[in-house]
Design a protein around this ligand. Structure first.
Ligand code: OXD
Ligand code: MN
Length: 580
């Protein structure tokens, strides 16, 4: 492998600090992957699954206190506190390095330090960016193989000798008391210690492709977003590309692989979690998926909710914290209607309902995107795909209609900034609590969110025909607590309406919050949804919205004068439209 001297020097410094007994440069080859799997099977880091029914599939059980992202231990370490903004945890870089340095010093003693050069984005794309991470976890290396493009390809995409995001990762002692996930956007640097969990430890993903990349994107004039990318094909074979932001564990993977119940309609998967988007020379928004694989939430993935994912994880997949059946197959809640007998739970104990779910609610599968039956033929196109619609979705039991469309780009940015959601098991915090999550980026924006909204607004003015912006909520319930909309594959009916809006044929009614589908505009033929229930799912209630707008004003106060004026104005205008 041809390595730049800057990279070599940085790795020597990282080794000087962490003092591994051995340094191994990774080349991304199959031989390397197979060797890692073999070593992890030998030392118990991985357990083999049934190789007849799940060939090349393995199970990893993590430390029980290391099962999700730890947002309270995640920091944006800009020189100025204002650079990180009020929604991020912040420590000054010097202090952060002193504290984490004490944890990283000699942390790899007696261990192997793997050096992983990786590329985020398709080979040959002007948007692709390089990372160089070191880690003492073989599980992280194998997962990075599946999630990113590892090896020489990374160096081939460097624009300068120092054109890489550097990342140090060490498991440390896995204690949450000695865990820190630190980002230094001004130095293009990530330090992560004390966790082996994907979102904290696979540095290419959340740390690089979202937190550091969002910072870079602002400097360079593009967008790094927590968004899936799909192509929606109509019966005439025309494909419309959409990008959709939704909070963690709220259905991005399912929507990105949805199987259409409508004849002739089809969803193509381009990405399920992160989109890098830019305005091309003609003023068109384009997007690439920086990842190479999926790190998806297992619970509730089933032949009914996501047949594509269920079949894609039948081979070459690493499962983390799922349950194990008596015949060594992976299992999780929702995979089959009832749990099979003889289950072993995610912690390796014979499963007892009294111990909670058999699979951890944030248990995961890690698998190459190319295994997905719905993967778009052009998903690795270096020039990306043209985006005609942007979707902001969240998980709300009430208030937010199933779908509606913003009046224009600026109003859509306001709607994205106004998002709130109910928390999920993807983070170590209480589940089901409503929190504000603008554009599903609250955990991932690497700089001041007020400036982030400003950057979105400014991007709109560079677009020749700005994509339509939609707001969705699959999770609205009736007074009895039942979902008003069946979700999953049936969501394609909502995507169809969006495509029709983009083409100028979809019918809609104006409301104070935007364009809501007109009666009959969403095709509910053949499903168990009455027009009355659909009407309830689409309802926008003035009193509820006025209260939500009050809460939003409170939240926005923290940004002070930095909040862009169009955001404040949209809020005031919406309030007035409701007569408030
Ligand atoms: C993820 C997350 O893993 O958002 O994608 O937590
Ligand atoms: Mn995510």
């Amino acid at each position: 492998m041809t390595v730049t001297s800057v990279a070599q020097k940085w790795v020597s410094e990282a080794a000087g600090m962490t003092q591994p007994s051995r340094v191994v440069w990774c080349d991304g080859s199959k031989t390397e992957y197979d060797g890692l799997i073999e070593a992890m099977l030998a030392d118990g880091t991985l357990l083999p699954l049934n190789q007849k029914t799940y060939p090349n599939c393995y199970l990893h059980r993590s430390h029980p206190s290391d099962v999700a992202r730890t947002e309270q231990l995640t920091f944006i370490c800009t020189r100025e506190k204002d650079g990180a903004g009020p929604t991020n945890n912040w420590i000054a870089p010097v202090e952060a390095k002193a504290t984490a340095g004490a944890l990283l010093r000699a942390s790899m003693r007696g261990r192997t330090m793997y050096v992983i050069p990786y590329l985020m984005g398709p080979a040959g794309s002007p948007m692709s960016r390089v990372g160089l991470m070191v880690t003492d976890s073989a599980y992280v290396v194998a997962s990075m193989h599946l999630m990113t493009r590892v090896g020489q390809v990374a160096f081939q995409h460097m624009r300068r000798d120092d054109d890489f995001i550097a990342g140090i990762h060490s498991l440390g002692d896995l204690s949450p008391d000695r865990r820190l996930i630190l980002h230094f956007p001004e130095e293009q640097l990530i330090w992560s210690v004390g966790s082996g969990y994907g979102g904290n430890a696979l540095l290419g993903k959340k740390c690089h492709a979202l937190r550091i990349a969002s910072w870079q994107a602002r400097q360079e004039g593009w967008l790094a977003e927590h968004m899936l990318i799909i192509g929606v094909e109509d019966p005439e074979g025309r494909v419309t590309y959409l990008a959709a932001a939704m909070p963690s564990a709220s259905g991005k993977t399912n929507l990105s692989m949805a199987v259409s119940p409508l004849p002739g309609w089809r969803v193509w998967t381009v990405g399920d979690d992160i989109a890098w988007m830019w305005v091309d020379a003609s003023g068109q928004l384009r997007a690439v998926n920086p990842g190479r694989g999926f790190f998806g939430v297992a619970p509730n993935t089933s032949p009914k909710t996501n047949p594509n994912a269920t079949s894609m994880v039948r081979s070459n997949t690493i499962f983390t914290n799922v349950a194990l059946t008596g015949s060594d197959e992976p299992w999780w809640e929702g995979l089959s209607p009832a749990p099979p007998g003889g289950l072993t739970d995610w912690q390796g104990r014979p499963w007892k309902p009294a111990n909670g779910p058999a699979a951890h609610p944030n248990s995961r599968f890690t698998v190459l995107a190319q295994q997905c039956p719905s993967i778009a033929p052009n998903w690795e196109e270096p020039q990306g795909v043209p985006i005609s619609g942007v979707i902001f979705g969240s998980r709300r039991t009430g208030v937010v209609p199933l779908v509606f469309e913003a009046f224009d780009w600026s109003h859509g940015v306001f709607l994205g900034s106004a998002m709130s959601t109910e928390t999920t098991a993807a983070i170590t915090a209480k589940v089901g609590v409503v929190r504000r999550d603008p554009m599903a980026m609250i955990p991932f924006c690497g700089y001041n969110m007020a400036d982030y909204f400003g950057h979105w607004l400014a991007t709109g003015s560079r677009l020749k025909t700005p994509p339509r912006i939609f707001r969705i909520n699959w999770f609205r319930r009736d007074a009895e607590g039942r979902f008003l909309w069946p979700g999953y594959g049936e969501n394609v009916r909502v995507l169809k309406w969006m495509v029709e809006r983009i083409r100028g044929t979809g019918r809609a009614e104006e409301t104070p919050i935007g364009w809501v589908p007109a009666s009959g505009a969403i095709d509910i033929g053949g499903i168990d949804v009455t027009p009355t229930r659909l009407g309830e799912a689409l309802r926008c209630h003035g009193g509820e919205w006025l209260q939500t707008l009050d809460e939003l004003s409170e939240f926005n106060k923290q940004f002070g004068d930095r909040l862009p004026r169009p955001i404040t104005e949209s809020l005031a205008v919406t309030r007035r439209r409701f007569g408030g």
